[in-house]
Design a protein around this ligand. Sequence first.
Ligand code: ZN
Length: 245
Amino acid sequence: MQSILMVIGVFVFGLMIGSFLNVVIYRIPNGESIAFPASHCQSCHTPLKWYHNIPLLSWLVLGGKCAFCKAPISRQYPLVELITGLLLVMLYFKLGLVWYLPFVFASFAALFALVMIDFKYYAVPDSVNFFALAMALVQPDFLQAGINAALAALSLFLLGKGVSVIAKKEAMGSADVIVAGTMAALLGFPNFFVALFLAAILAIIPSLLAKDTMVPFVPFLALGTFIVYLFDEQTAALLQWIIYG
Ligand SMILES: [Zn+2]
């Protein structure tokens, strides 16, 4: 019973952070403050009452419409809240209540915000990107995490430079280099490469479906990282099997 209450508590906390992520996703790309003004309707700009701002529930109770002007409220709000809540629950199941759980969660939550911003605006803001990296470095073996991050970022930077010289165009953005640092800090080696490989495979599908449009890569990096993070033991066993049979 106690453990169910714990999971519910963890989920609700995740929902609240998801609510905050919505603010980040909407305001950071527009250069707005994430603290002021208070939440308001995007359509009629009426400030929301606290009970209009309850994650998931308010959207459901209001039927996805503004309480004042009845303008539709994007499904993105409850969706981001729900995914963030589940994100925290999965990390809680993976790690338990360790002291660095909030930092790992903050890193993945920031990556998730980056994913949404990349989808919506084709942009990857440095502030959110560096926040994800900083949070990924807060863990028991922070020295190793820092070395891993530096190694991954440097090798991706050099790889990008090399490809750019050969292809005669910019191959890798600085944003990808920072994301690589976050990935390596969270995963270590060789799992960093597994996540990179997984991201490349996942990215092929939409690239084939939408030949002309640019497919943002950060979402696949983030997804690959999360999957390998959750299944790190299975990944290690799989690598063992591939290398040693
Ligand atoms: Zn409104």
